[in-house]
Design a protein around this ligand. Structure first.
Ligand code: T46
Length: 140
């Protein structure tokens, strides 16, 4: 069921705190402390073909933090009438997505592992996979 005018959305590039010493680096992310949500699910995307775009949907209420733990990926976002492109190319860089953000991941490097921490269990009902439906939903 599409609710017109439902435009709750937020997108932020965040710097993750790194514990580095002569041995290398470590990043720790604690649920509800380092992230503004309780982590209910973790998944990762890897082995994506360079010419392929993934995502191409929005979420109704999910909050997610995306981190390219190795390699590089670009992410095109559309939300609240804005369009922005981001590059995740370092493990200490994260992209926080909340709510109705149309997002497409593209230009994956061969070695890219995109780690995602999510605020809820997997539910197909939370996806808006049709772009025209998304446009109707964000229209005020
Ligand atoms: C997102 C971007 C960043 C599951 O069974 N459980 C899961 O937790 C997920 C995420 C997916 N799946 C199944 C559903 C599909 O049959 O795995 C298959 C591939 O999922 P999808 O085509 O949605 O993958 P992407 O890369 O297009 O999008 C994913 C997430 O689904 C999505 O929430 O925001 O990464």
């Amino acid at each position: 069921m599409i609710k017109p005018g439902n435009i709750l959305a937020d997108v932020k590039l965040v710097s993750l705190c790194t514990h580095g010493d002569s041995r290398g680096a470590l990043i720790a992310l604690e649920s509800e402390r380092d992230l503004p949500f309780k982590i209910q699910r973790v998944y990762y995307i890897y082995g994506t073909k360079t010419a392929i775009a993934r995502g191409c949907h929005a979420h109704r209420s999910l909050k997610q933090l995306l981190i390219a733990v190795t390699g590089l990926v670009k992410i095109r976002c559309e939300y609240c009438g804005r369009k922005e492109n981001f590059t995740l190319d370092r493990p200490e860089k994260g992209l926080f997505l909340e709510g109705l953000v149309w997002h497409e991941m593209y230009d994956f490097s061969e070695d890219c592992v995109l780690l995602v921490l999510a605020s809820d269990f997997y539910s197909e009902d939370d996806y808006v996979r049709n772009y025209e439906d998304f446009k109707k939903m964000v229209m005020v």
